[in-house]
Every structure is written in C-alpha cells, then in structure tokens.
Design a protein around this ligand. Structure first.
Ligand code: RB5
Length: 152
C-alpha cells in the first residue's frame, strides 16, 4: 500500500518507528515529516497527509501529534477523510472494517511504541467489509459531509 505519514514535534518520538515499520512491511511511504523535535504545527502535518489521501497518491494515512487529538480534528476537516484516534488494536481494525477509516491518528505522549506499532499493523491489515449495514452507515456519514459543504 502507499501510506502517507506526517507528524508534529509531539508525535516525533513515534514517527521514525512507524516509518521503519511501514518500510519493513513493504509499503511505499509518502513522508511528510517531521524528523526533528523542533516545534511544528499539527495542522500542517494533518493537511499534508489528508491531501495525499484525497489526491489518491496515498491509499491510507497515518498522522501523529502529542495527544493525537489535534491531527484527528484537522484531518476530518478534509472531504473524504475518515480519521480516527486509535490507541487500541480493536478500534484500529474495526474502524476500517465498519467505518472505512482511511487515516489512523496516534498520540506519542499517550501510547508507547509497541502498542502504537501494533495499532498500525491492525489498521493496515484491515479492509472495509462492504456489508450492507456498514455501507448504509458510511453513506449516511458522506451525506452529512455533503450537506455541510453545501450549507457553508
Ligand atoms: C503540541 O504541543 C501539542 O499540542 C500537539 O502535539 C497535539 O497534542 C495537539 O493535539
């Protein structure tokens, strides 16, 4: 898979380990930084990853910040992005299977490296089930997104 990844300084402590895992699993990494602890704004990281997925140059994305909250809020502003903060492996795969999550968000100040990597593995090994009830619910989410865009 082609995976876009981006982080602010808060996510930096996990960022390199996640990139290493993605490469070791054979994924193509679209790397939006950062690669140092220097201050960086989380909306820039989330925008870069969300736009990579929106443009279709990435199949999925991973974004990191300190808590994971800022990047989650930001990524979900982008049409077609279904970004979720998952610090457990069940949510990381069920979010894809039921909710068509396409961006995984992680908080490096909250979760340790091994659990974060397990969440990434769960996220990437899952596929949307295409079951009728999940499609129906996903379509309702997209209808809300369209309504909101039209009322802006
Ligand atoms: C940066 O200090 C921090 O606010 C950011 O990484 C993130 O936790 C925001 O949600």
């Amino acid at each position: 898979m082609r995976i876009a990844i981006g982080s602010d300084h808060g996510g930096y402590p996990l960022n390199e380990a996640v990139i290493e895992l993605l490469e070791s699993l054979g994924h193509t990494v679209i790397d939006h930084g950062v690669h140092s602890p220097a201050a960086a704004d989380y909306p820039d990281a989330a925008r870069a990853v969300a736009e990579s997925v929106q443009r279709g140059e990435a199949d999925r994305g991973v974004v990191l910040c300190g808590s994971g909250v800022g990047v989650t809020i930001t990524a979900n502003k982008f049409r077609g992005i279904r970004a979720c903060l998952c610090h457990d492996t069940y949510s990381a795969h069920q979010g894809v299977e039921h909710d068509a999550m396409n961006v995984l968000c992680l908080g490096a100040r909250i979760v340790g490296v091994e659990l974060a990597l397990a969440c990434v593995r769960s996220f990437l090994s899952a596929e949307f089930t295409n079951e009728e009830r999940h499609l129906r619910r996903s379509n309702k989410v997209e209808a809300i997104e369209r309504e909101q865009a039209a009322s802006a």
